[in-house]
Write a protein that binds this ligand. Structure first.
Ligand SMILES: [Zn+2]
Length: 124
């Protein structure tokens, strides 16, 4: 399926192809508990994801040995997606609350134990 996403104010837009989304994920790591987002259950391959066209609209918070880029709208502050690897080459995880046509609270939610997972090695 083709999904469209946007931040709260509508400045940041993105789209992706994915099998129908029926589940969501929440994570207990120190970052995710603070933002309480429902995430896509998996990373979406970079080939299936179209990020926002203008990097100037996006703030980035690099975390987890600086390999996970957490993107948010500079205008309204909405967290929109996570890019894994340099320029998202290893895929994107999406804030499902930004995605049109999804009722995130009606999804079957799985909890990721991010708090216990060892941080990944930074690429050299
Ligand atoms: Zn916005």
């Amino acid at each position: 399926m083709e999904y469209q996403g946007s931040c709260h104010c509508g400045r940041v837009r993105f789209s992706f192809r994915s099998p129908e989304i029926r589940t969501g994920a929440r994570c207990n790591c120190s970052l995710c508990v603070r933002r309480a987002a429902v995430l896509s259950p998996t990373y979406i391959p970079a080939a299936d994801f179209t990020p926002h066209h203008d990097p100037d609209d996006l703030g980035t918070y690099l975390w987890n040995e600086k390999v996970l880029g957490n993107y948010f709208c500079k205008t309204c502050g909405t967290f929109t997606y996570i890019a894994d690897g340099e320029n998202g080459k290893d895929g994107y995880r999406v804030n499902l609350g930004c995605v049109e046509g999804l009722d995130t609270l009606a999804l079957d939610i799985r909890v990721i134990d991010g708090r216990s997972v060892k941080l990944v090695e930074a690429p050299r």
